[in-house]
Design a protein around this ligand. Structure first.
Ligand code: SF4
Length: 84
């Protein structure tokens, strides 16, 4: 096991975006977000990716087929659910 093995979750090896330009998943407008989400829609590790982003509170970019705004809403819902 190498240090990079410790930092990169195994599911990333299956990611549909692994050959994409990373910047495509950090779009600056809605068109770019929709383009990234289309790649995510076919991704076999979409659920793992989304959970990773939520767990690590990753604020920027499209992860798990969700925009930054969508993930903020999910985090808010989880926080509210945790207080009930
Ligand atoms: S869900 Fe999207 S961002 Fe996440 S690994 Fe798959 S293609 Fe990449």
């Amino acid at each position: 096991m190498t240090p990079s093995d410790l930092q990169t979750p195994p599911w990333m090896d299956e990611a549909s975006c692994r050959t994409s330009t990373p910047g495509d998943f950090f779009p600056s407008d809605g068109v770019g977000v929709e383009r990234a989400k289309r790649v995510c829609a076919e991704c076999p590790v979409k659920a793992e990716c989304l959970e990773y982003a939520l767990t690590h509170r990753i604020e920027h970019g499209v992860w798990g087929g969700c925009s930054e705004r969508e993930r903020r809403r999910m985090m808010r819902s989880r926080r509210l659910a945790a207080t009930v």
